[in-house]
Design a protein around this ligand. Structure first.
Ligand SMILES: [Fe+2]
Length: 400
């Protein structure tokens, strides 16, 4: 009896939600504080993701992220989940504080969304409590939309003209969730897709066509349509996360950048996010994390499906390949943008080590030397492997 009453309530709420979207009477509250193009027309986003901060990697990761901010001078940080994780609440809070203080000190606005790990610890089980912690920092422009959508942290950020309040660009942030309860990762759910379609249409009605970028933790399932399928294993082709016996590598017929280093991990069920974006035609690129060593971009159906590196350094050669991504847009032409993935192993030169040492920053000098040393081997191994595959098979596995 109880169950059927619950089902009727769920059905009623679902119908109300669909009707609200259909008739546009929904009260949208999830638009973040607008940002603005700089006087020179530029706007730079730094994509930081999957920091997976714990005490053991906190100091090195925070130091590198701070150094990257000082070098790149981003206008906004997109922080897309799996940020800190510990069952010890004090550790988790300390990690988040250390990271957010990097941005707070530099007055860089931060847009947060969550990954599959952020609320799986005992420290935070309610995403709203965790979002409240991020929003306790002045630099956070993240939005907790409350109960109006599934999840927590789905919103848009208007980017205004440098010299007026005209909306020139838009950034979408989605909560792609965690898992679906059936052993797969989750995807952006149907109600968020409906929200996107409605708000996208509203924005166009008010401002004309506004180009945009999207950020979320988990990659869209269409990534497997954008890669080339092989029936047998081969180098730099990775077995499909769900369909065993299918191997995927870059499709040379598409526009590719970067390297595919592991199989992408989208959700199993597709709720139509990518299709909606193709239909609306206002999203230039969709940026995700989650697959830590994948730093690629593949253009499919007009949208750059882009994965960014885990932004942390654990002190070993493997994590010296991690890093961050820079995205530059300009109000003079919002139909295009440029982007680059920066690996830690390319971040420092020997000259930087000497400079840091000369300035008395012994910790920085030692860390930079360690990144350089570990990274030398990692970078050499990566480049050697992709070159060998190309030489013997003619298959390109790494793109500029
Ligand atoms: Fe993840």
């Amino acid at each position: 009896m109880k169950k059927s009453f619950k089902s009727i309530c769920c059905l009623f709420l679902s119908i109300m939600l669909v009707l609200s979207f259909a008739f546009g009477s929904f009260a949208y509250t999830n638009t973040a504080e607008a940002q603005r193009f700089n006087e020179d027309g530029a706007f730079r986003i730094m994509h930081v993701t999957d920091t997976h901060l714990e005490y053991y990697n906190l100091e090195a990761s925070a130091y590198l992220i701070a150094a990257a901010c000082d070098r790149e001078k981003p206008d906004m940080i997109a922080l897309t989940g799996d940020i800190a994780m510990s069952d010890d609440k004090e550790e988790m809070d300390t990690c988040i504080d250390r990271l957010m203080t990097v941005f707070e000190d530099r007055k860089i606005p931060v847009a947060v969304c969550f990954g599959n790990h952020d609320i799986e610890t005992k420290s935070y089980t309610n995403p709203s409590d965790l979002m409240a912690l991020y929003n306790s920092y002045d630099c956070s422009i993240s939005v907790d939309e409350g109960d109006v959508l599934t999840g927590c942290g789905t919103y848009n950020i208007p980017i205004l003209a440098s010299d007026s309040d005209e909306m020139k660009f838009n950034v979408w942030v989605f909560d792609s969730g965690s898992t679906d309860g059936e052993g797969h990762y989750s995807n952006v759910p149907a109600d968020q897709v409906e929200w996107y379609k409605t708000v996208s249409a509203e924005i166009e009605q008010e401002n004309g066509k506004i180009n945009s970028l999207a950020f979320q933790h988990i990659i869209v399932p269409e990534i497997y349509d954008a890669l080339k399928k092989y029936d047998t294993p081969r180098a730099y082709a990775f077995e499909h996360i769900y369909n065993k016996g299918e191997y995927y590598a870059f499709n040379p017929e598409l526009e590719n950048h970067g390297v595919l280093n592991e199989y992408p991990c989208p959700g199993y069920y597709n709720h139509g996010q990518f299709a909606a974006m193709v239909e609306r035609g206002d999203v230039l690129g969709i940026f995700t994390g989650h697959d830590h060593s994948n730093a690629f971009s593949v253009k499919y159906k007009g949208i750059n499906i882009t994965n960014s590196l885990s932004t942390r350094f654990n002190g070993d050669a493997y994590s010296s390949q991690y890093g961050y991504r820079i995205i530059d847009i300009n109000e003079a032409d919002t139909s295009a943008y440029t982007t680059k993935a920066v690996h830690w192993y390319d971040f420092y030169t020997l000259g930087d080590v000497f400079e840091l040492s000369k300035s008395g920053d012994e910790y920085g000098a030692e860390l930079a030397m360690n990144v350089l040393f570990q990274g030398f081997f990692r970078k050499f191994a990566d480049e050697f492997a992709t070159t060998i595959v190309y030489m013997f098979t003619g298959r390109q596995c790494a793109y500029n």
